[in-house]
Structures are given as structure tokens and as C-alpha cells.
Design a protein around this ligand. Structure first.
Ligand code: SF4
Ligand code: FE
Length: 482
């Protein structure tokens, strides 16, 4: 059965020879680096839950290629039920990790490329779809993590790729050979790249014929020669080096992003899924974004943890019965469930593409992610409101453990007599982590910009809103004849 255990996954990462840099130095063993380990643990949870019987309905699926049970992260959506299970699994994993568990971009990339290559082949007689299926089989049978790489650095946003002062600001083909292509450029904000076996590259925007060299999609192993990974900093990241569990807030789990440079990377023909078909770029980008936007149901799982932490922090100081506190918890829940409802709705309204793979309802998917660009900020604001200023003024765990002054921290930060000061410190640090610390990368800024910034959704909502149809509805009711 192609399902790796947590240990097998970590061992498989150890076998990779990543060219990964942090703080100006090459990291010799990423799996042993204290800043990277929590993010690895979060991805490992996608393997762990696939081994637990009660979660297997959501965390695994039956491959339409082989009939084997595979991790759902490597599955091509075969029905609305598959789309719904994905969303439910996203929430579950958010609840278990309270962070970005990174494996979803590759999943949505596989699905978008699967359906798009089918349609490119139909038009051009190419063989991209068969290649993608072969790659998919490799990923499914070896239970691999794929980094989905879309976002180019983009330089001057007012110019298309071919007009940039530096032509590498969008990833491009620099050489075409009989056995493959050579590419150069970079992808920014790459979620989970250090925990991935493969990188799946897609173009980032719709392009014109002049941008042919930029219309490229392919997959290569993450440790391919020429790939350089430069790890992104996160707020409070070096707390993970201090050996203090409490001060990190969520010491076991976290996410990460990195800049991934492709310095003349060779891609063999059987790993190329698009090469110059500019007219299909819009479809690929739109389908990837469409799939990835409801994947942000992950944030509702993290939201569940934050709501729980807020309720607990209130209980520890005896204000949990106050009506305004209850009302704030209700508001947080209302916002959280509204995001979830949209993710569920666009999945249940999904429909098959010509390839047979299912696609979500694009309009509702964009509404879903648009809510995600706003609601976590309000939920975080309410969490900070209820939790109080101690979220940012609490002394360190080392002070708490100090034989000389620890008793002051213990005494003066005690809430209700039945709650331990340490428990209160832990929950406040968790709130800090999610709203201001390294966890806020995933819960806040990633909610804003991941899977597209708010304006990207507004463009789609404007395009799909079908105002002419609505005008006709109004005319019919108002009995206007023109
Ligand atoms: Fe997955 Fe959410 Fe992280 Fe995106 S932000 S990779 S959807 S967990
Ligand atoms: Fe993301």
C-alpha cells in the first residue's frame, strides 16, 4: 500500500540533497534544523493521520489510476464528494497543527494541470496529459510531497514578462534541446519547499504570444542541480533556537516559505506539461487558483484552535461567563463558519471538466478566499481583545523557571485559583503565536496573499458575477421592455 508512515516520510526527506540556505549559510541537514523541524512535523501530520483508521475516509482516497489507497493530497478529484472531503480534511489538519501544513499547493497544482493538459492535448495533439499521469503515478505510488510553484518575483508589475528589464523576473525557458528544456528564474513564497520531494512549476499570469518562453509548466525533484532554496524569515522565528517550549507558543508545528531559484535547471521532456501554449495559461492559473482558494478551509481549523484558546484564556481569569466575552466568541465562530460554508458550497457545486476531473464552482471559490483575506484579521482582533495585554508583555519561560524570580511570575500572573499560571502562560503564548508570531504568517498574512491577494479575487468575482443576467432579472420583475 503506497502510504508512508511519519518515520518513512522523514527518512525520505533525509535522502534529499537540498541546496538550502538560511541566515547566509548552507543548511547541511534541514530535517535536523530547529527552525525547520516544526514545519516538517506539520507535513508529517498529513502522513500520520492517513494511518489512523478513524481519519482515513478524509485523509486517503482510492487512486483512479491504480485502484490503490493513496494519500488524498495526491488524489485527482473524481466527484463533488472528493472536493468536499478535501475541505473537511483541510479543517481537520488545521485543528491538529494550528498552522500551514504545506501539502495542499502541490495537490491543487496536480489537479489544475491534470484537467488543463487534457484540453491542451485535445487542441494541439501534444502528449502532456499522459506525461502528467505518469508523474502522478510516481507521486501516488511513492507517497510524495510536491511543492506547487506558481508565484514569479514579477519585478515591475506594470510590464509583461518579455518587457521586464531583467528577463529572469518571470521563470522562462532559456534553451530548447531535443531531450528537454533548460529554465531560469525563481518562484517566491514557496510554501513547504524544504519538506517537499518534488517541485511542480506553473506560470503565474495569463500571457500573450510574445511571452511564449514563459508559458512553461513542469516538475523536477526538489534537489535537482541548479535549484537554490533561500529560507524565509518569520516573526519570532529565532525563539525556536532558545530551547523554550512555552515562549514559542506552538512549539511542535509551523509552516515555512522560501525563495526558490532555478539557475539553468534542465527538465527532461517527460516532465514537461506545457511549453509555449500561451492560450492555455489563463485556464491553468484560473483552475489552480480556483482549487486552491477553498483549500484555505485550513484557516478554519486554525480558527477553531484560536477560538478555543481565547475561550480558555477567558476562563483562566474568570471572565468566561461575561456576556460581552461570550458575544465575542460567538462573533469569532460566526466568521469562522462563514469561511467554511463557502469552501463547502463551492465544492458541492463543483462539476466535471472534459478530463473527468472535478472543478469547484469558480465564483463561490473566489468569494470563499475573499472572506479569508478579511475574517482571520477580525478573529485575531477579537482574540487579542479578550486575551488582554499580557499576550505581548508576558515574561519569558526562563524567568518563570528562574529559582530567584520565578515565584513572582507564578504569583502575579495567577488567574482563578484552580488554573495553573503555567497553563495561562501557555495559552497566551499560543494566542501570541497565532496573531503576532510565526503562526501569524500562516493565519494572517498568508490568509491575505496566499492563493492570491484580495484584488485577484475581485477581478474573478467581477468576471463571473454575470451582471447582464441580473439586469435581465431586474427588468423582468420591473416590467421594463427595451
Ligand atoms: Fe495548505 Fe492552507 Fe498552507 Fe495553503 S495555507 S498550503 S491551503 S495549509
Ligand atoms: Fe498558502
Amino acid at each position: 500500500m503506497p502510504l508512508k508512515t511519519r518515520e518513512e516520510y522523514i527518512e525520505s526527506l533525509r535522502q534529499l540533497n537540498l541546496n538550502l540556505w538560511m541566515f547566509g549559510e548552507k543548511v547541511s541537514s534541514p530535517v535536523d534544523h530547529p527552525i525547520i523541524i516544526p514545519s516538517m512535523n506539520a507535513v508529517a501530520m498529513t502522513y500520520e493521520l492517513a494511518q489512523v483508521k478513524e481519519y482515513q475516509e478524509l485523509t486517503t482516497a482510492i487512486s483512479h489510476l491504480t485502484g490503490n489507497r493513496i494519500n488524498r493530497f495526491n488524489h485527482i478529484y473524481q466527484s463533488n464528494e472528493d472536493l468536499l472531503k478535501k475541505v473537511r480534511r483541510q479543517r481537520l489538519l488545521g485543528q491538529k497543527t494550528a498552522c500551514c501544513y504545506q501539502r495542499c499547493v502541490g495537490m491543487d497544482a496536480l489537479n489544475a494541470i491534470y484537467s488543463t493538459t487534457f484540453e491542451i492535448d485535445e487542441k494541439h495533439g501534444t502528449e502532456y496529459h499522459e506525461r502528467l499521469k505518469k508523474f502522478l503515478l510516481h507521486v501516488q505510488e511513492n507517497d510524495l510531497v510536491s511543492d506547487g510553484a506558481m508565484t514569479d518575483p514579477k519585478g515591475d508589475r506594470s510590464l509583461p514578462p518579455h518587457k521586464q528589464a531583467d528577463p529572469d523576473l518571470f521563470l522562462r525557458v532559456v534553451e530548447r534541446r531535443s531531450d528537454g528544456i533548460v529554465v531560469r528564474g525563481a518562484k517566491a513564497h514557496q510554501t513547504g519547499i524544504a519538506n517537499s520531494h518534488e517541485v511542480i512549476v506553473m506560470p503565474t499570469i495569463a500571457m500573450t504570444e510574445k511571452d511564449r518562453d514563459y508559458a512553461v509548466s513542469f516538475a523536477v525533484p526538489a534537489d535537482t542541480e541548479g535549484i537554490v532554496i533561500i529560507y524565509g524569515r518569520q516573526s519570532c522565528d529565532t525563539r525556536k533556537l532558545e530551547g523554550s517550549e512555552i515562549d514559542v507558543g506552538n512549539s511542535r508545528f509551523g509552516g515555512h516559505e522560501a525563495l526558490v531559484v532555478f539557475e539553468n535547471v534542465f527538465v527532461p521532456n517527460d516532465r514537461i506539461f506545457m511549453n509555449g501554449e500561451t492560450e492555455f495559461e489563463g485556464m491553468l492559473v484560473e483552475r489552480f487558483a480556483g482549487h486552491h482558494r477553498p483549500s484555505y478551509a485550513c484557516k478554519t481549523g486554525v480558527g477553531d484552535v484560536l477560538i478555543g484558546a481565547t475561550a480558555l484564556a477567558a476562563r483562566y481569569i474568570g471572565v468566561d461567563k461575561a456576556s460581552h466575552v461570550k458575544d465575542k466568541l460567538i462573533e469569532m465562530t460566526h466568521l469562522n463558519e462563514t469561511m467554511y460554508a463557502c469552501a463547502i458550497a463551492c465544492s458541492s457545486e463543483g462539476a466535471p471538466t472534459p478530463s473527468g476531473a472535478y472543478l469547484i464552482d469558480l465564483l463561490i471559490s473566489n468569494v470563499c478566499k475573499h472572506n479569508v483575506t478579511r475574517f482571520p484579521y477580525e478573529i485575531a482582533r477579537l482574540a487579542e481583545d479578550v486575551a488582554g495585554g499580557l499576550v505581548v508583555t508576558l515574561p519569558s519561560e526562563k524567568d518563570f523557571r528562574s529559582p530567584r524570580i520565578g515565584r513572582y511570575v507564578e504569583k502575579y500572573f495567577k488567574g482563578i485559583p484552580s488554573a495553573a499560571t503555567e497553563a495561562r502562560m501557555r495559552v497566551l503564548r499560543l494566542i501570541e503565536n497565532l496573531t503576532l508570531g510565526s503562526g501569524a504568517v500562516g493565519y494572517r498574512t498568508e490568509s491575505m496573499h496566499g492563493a492570491g491577494s484580495p484584488q485577484a479575487q475581485r477581478i474573478m468575482i467581477g468576471r463571473l458575477g454575470n451582471f447582464d443576467f441580473k439586469i435581465e432579472l431586474a427588468k423582468a420583475i420591473a416590467r421594463i421592455k427595451e
